[in-house]
Design a protein around this ligand. Sequence first.
Ligand SMILES: [Zn+2]
Length: 285
Amino acid sequence: MPFRSQQTIRRAVAVAGRGYWSGQPCRVEFLPAPANTGITFLRTVRGVPVRIPVSAESRVESRARTNLAVAGVTVQMVEHAVSALVGLRIDCCLVRVSAEELPGLDGSSRAFVAALDEAGIERLGSPIKPLVVREPCRVTDGEAWIEALPPQHAGLSIDYEIDYGPGPIGRQTLSFRLSPDGYRADVASARTFITRSEAERLRAAGLAADVSTSDLVVFGDDGPIDNPLRWPDECVRHKVLDLVGDLALAGRPIHAHVRASRSGHRLNALLAARLRSLSWRRASA
Ligand SMILES: [Zn+2]
């Protein structure tokens, strides 16, 4: 395995916007962090700073997004910011947030990537210890499944399939090999999408009241409403963006070939947790 140093960012940068679900403004500051500290969120509640590491142990069950909590302090919808960090190979970063929910922005990780690129990369000297998958590991839920197989090269490659049946989203597939350049070019700008009926259900539940069809991609019966797609297969690209972020819950870069069909945050997180516990067991055997 070729040596790679752990990496952080050279200087602090910030991104601000409103949370999709809460509508609350949130400022996200990415700060340099020392080796072996991983990606950690920092929220100060009633004057008390709480650190929330990106790991399977911090994850809390939530619908259609990835939330983390420590000691009752939560950060919501972390997956796009974490995906940007992982996509650019930033292993150690302190992410200070001013509110519970991260900003939705345009539904992609593009603004996070732009900020992190502006900050630049700093090598930390200590080698990264990737989690190398040695044997197949699979989790399923009805028709949905995701599996990690031994890597095809030193790193992460992904084959992803979504199938929404008849309709404008339909079946889409993407094969992606993770690298910072590939992430910037092919994944970072792919936006969150929902169907009109999902959007109506959320509204009825009092959620996402300020979100409009220009803030993410809403699919009607004939295609996206008032918002052109960035790629014909933007949906599956966004699913890969989410998966890259969710796999960070394993706590270390995963070297594997991951295949997924109709997977989502919950299954992605289950796979990350399974890989994390398998690697611990092997390390202690
Ligand atoms: Zn997403």
